[in-house]
Write a protein that binds this ligand. Sequence first.
Ligand SMILES: *Cc1c(COP(=O)(O)O)cnc(C)c1O
Length: 389
Amino acid sequence: MKNERKFETEAIRTQLERTQFLEHSTPMYLTSSFVFEDAEDMRASFAEEKEHNIYSRYSNPNSSEFIDKVCKMEGAENGFAFASGMAAVFSTFAALLETGDHIVSSKSIFGSTHTLFTQFFPKWNIGTSYFDINNLEAVEELITPNTKIVYAESPTNPGVDILDLEVLGNIAKKHGLIFIIDNCFASPYLQQPIKFGADLVIHSGTKLMDGQGRVLAGITVGNGELIDKIYRFSRITGPSLSPFNAWVLSKSLETLALRVDRHCSNALQLATYLEGHKKIDWVKYPFLKSHPKYEIAKKQMKAGGCVVAFEVKGGVEEGKKFFDAVKLLSLSANLGDSRSIVTHPASTTHSKLTKEERESVGISDGMVRVSVGLEHIEDIIADIEQALG
Ligand SMILES: *Cc1c(COP(=O)(O)O)cnc(C)c1O
C-alpha cells in the first residue's frame, strides 16, 4: 500500500472530494443516474476512456467511498459493493466460474453459502468438494484439473474454529487457484487475509461493518483483474449496493476499530467467566488459551472477535431452558450488532443439517452462540448468569 496512515485514520479520512458546499461530512448521493457535459463527454464515458459515474447500478460516489475505505483496510487493489453479503458471494463466484468448474471449500461456511454451492451451482454444472478445517493436509487430494477456487472462512460460524490462512493460501498458490476468504467474522480490523495469500476477500457488511443491525450490505475486494471481471458481471446483473446503505456503512467504518476493540474485550471477559463455570460443558473463543488453535488465531488475528460459543450442560433441554430465561440478550439471527445476541444453531440456523453433518462442523445439540455486543460487560454476564440459574 502506498499510504502510510494507520487503519483508524484511513477509516475516518478516506472521503469523497468536497462539493462546492464545503460540507465536512460526506453527503448522500441518492441519484440513479449522472449527467454529461456534452455528446463527446458521454461517448467517452461509455467507452470507459474517462472515469465518470454513469448509472448507480455501475457505480455511485457513496459506494465508491465505501469501497475505497475497505480496500485500504484490507490492502486490496479494488472492489465492488453489493446489496447483501450473499449477493457478494454469489456474484463473485458467478463472475469467475464457467460451467464445469470446481470449487474446493471448507465445510465450515455460512449456511446460505453452503446451500448455494450444494443446491444451486450444480444447475450450472459447478461442483464443490468440502474439506475439514482441521485436516488441511487433505485439501490437495480434492483438487481436480477443473478446480478454480479455494474458499474458506475463519473464524468459522458458529463453531468459532480457526483455520490457518497461510497454509491454505500456500496450497492455492502452488496449484494456481484463486483463493477467496469470507472475512466477515473477523472484520478487516482484526484480520487481513490478503497478507496470507488471499486473492479476494468477501464481507457481509451487515455484521460488524454496520455493527448496529440497520442495513444489509456486502463487498468483495482484492486483485484488480479479478475485481474487473466481478464488476463487469455485476453492473449487468444488478446486485449493487444502494447509495443510502453505502453512506451508512462508510460512516459506520469510522468507528469500526473502536467498536471491535470493545466487542473483543467484552467477548474475552465473557469467555473467561464461562470457562470453568459449573453449568457449562465447554467454552470456545479464539483468544482463550484453551482454544485448540490459539496460536494460529494469535498469528493471524489482532483479537478474538465478537462471537463466543459454549455448551450448556444437559444438552437440548437445558439449552432451551437457558434461551427462555434470557432477558437482556436478544434471540435473533444477526451478529456483530451493538446489542448482544444469543442463538441456538442446532434448532435454528443449522436445523436443516443432520445431526452428523452438524457434528462434523462443530455444532453440538446444546451449543449456544453469543454475539457479544457493546452493553456493559457486567450486565451481559449478569443476564447469562441468571439464565443459567
Ligand atoms: C451473514 C453472513 C453472510 C451473508 O451476508 P448477508 O449480508 O446476510 O447476505 C455471509 N458470510 C458470513 C460469514 C456471514 O456471517
